[in-house]
Design a protein around this ligand. Structure first.
Ligand code: NAD
Ligand code: NAD
Lengths: 207, 207
């Protein structure tokens, strides 16, 4: 099992590898990757050891092979269809974001409980009634659900997703979700991020 | 200096303390907090030891005092004004989000380079030309800048912010920012989060 800290750094390696490709390079050393990502060299070598690509002495990693190996490791070379529930401010911003589909995630349907939104199309994605999620998800074998409803509705929506056969939930609400142990939950917690920003600023001011 | 991992858990303690207050409790034990947050008891005690509130044997922590101490520790009891640059899909969602102002962060002005947006008001916040940021920020002593522009524009916007006297940047773009060492940068990296979700789902499918 690949450590979470390694997984979180891999997209940054992909980003610099793309920049090197655009600059016409074919190979790159761990040192050079380290300089561009600010991660220590030994960390870079350790992270990249999870791919099957060797770091050849004198020349380094083959850039094309390494990028492909990282994408496969993240399963970003396959496209998974996902459902998004909660087509409000944040939900519609996510629906409009093209970058996810380049990273293996396509939002194919969305759901809401607001009659004014049901039946509309937001950024090319149809909005259905949340009551339809179970029947639609099971039919299309959807594995990933994205939650952008108000926190007090999040647990109910998670239950509906699990009941529909969804196996992984990307939770953008601050609500902690309780799901069976075999269901994957990944949280985007902006309050945690704000806590770090505010405290570090206060520490600096105090100096 | 409080560890980043502790800072990221403190908002969840605040959340459960609010729930306990609504339920009419006056004191709470580390064990009870542990059950509601799923963090191990020893971790809870360690995290809360950074506040000056004692865990009294038999009765536990005073809920009101503990919540106030955590808010002060995060500097969420003070309100900092901030500037947001990039009033697109994500930027406007953040402008519409009331929860930040309850956590010490108020967005007072926003900026963009799109003539169609300059001069408008989005969720009550005026949109100015990005060229005005330096003169406005210095006048109002703004310390926090939020970046929601496309990645290729992010570094330039960061430079403008630093030049305007902004001391902490909340970066929502996938672009790594290079700033002087005394400037705080906190990243919200949705690709890192997606990497964890996709890989864990692929691992589960492989079982
Ligand atoms: N807007 C942001 O910038 C931001 C930032 C961080 C976190 N969040 C979190 O994201 C979530 C959404 O925030 P928002 O600002 O987009 O809110 P919003 O009110 O704009 O959108 C919520 C949407 O969910 C729908 N909804 C409500 N209950 C539902 C239910 N039971 N089933 C289906 N749909 C339902 C509403 O009709 C609405 O369209 C919240 O949990 C919020 O805390 C938002
Ligand atoms: N939309 C999402 O859900 C989402 C998710 C994750 C990350 N992001 C990141 O957030 C950022 C914004 O994404 P978005 O979807 O809102 O894009 P968007 O195109 O909707 O918005 C970008 C805004 O920035 C403005 N802008 C462009 N260059 C500028 C400059 N030099 N100075 C000032 N303003 C400028 C544009 O006029 C536009 O209003 C991007 O970096 C994106 O990668 C977005």
């Amino acid at each position: 099992r690949i450590p979470t800290s390694t997984l979180k750094r891999l997209p940054q390696y992909l980003e610099v590898l793309k920049q090197f490709t655009r600059a016409g390079l074919r190979e790159v050393s761990a040192t050079k990757i380290s300089v561009f990502t600010d991660f220590h060299q030994t960390l870079v070598r350790k992270d990249l050891s999870y791919t099957s690509i060797n770091n050849v002495p004198q020349s380094g990693y083959n850039i094309k092979q390494l990028a492909k190996a990282i994408e496969e490791l993240l399963n970003w070379s396959d496209t998974s269809s996902s459902y998004l529930v909660g087509v409000g401010h944040l939900g519609s911003a996510l629906l409009g974001y093209q970058e996810f589909s380049l990273r293996g995630l396509t939002i194919v349907d969305s759901f809401d409980n607001d009659p004014a939104k049901i039946g509309t199309i937001v950024h090319g994605v149809p909005v259905h009634s949340v009551l339809e999620i179970t029947s639609l998800a099971a039919k299309k074998h959807i594995k990933i659900g994205i939650i952008t409803v108000p926190p007090e509705a999040a647990q109910l929506v998670a239950d509906l997703m699990v009941h529909s056969g969804i196996k992984a939930i990307w939770n953008f609400t601050p609500q902690k979700l309780h799901v069976p142990t075999d269901i994957i939950v990944e949280n985007v917690d902006m309050f945690a991020s704000l806590a770090v920003l505010s405290r570090r600023l206060a520490e600096k001011d105090a100096q």
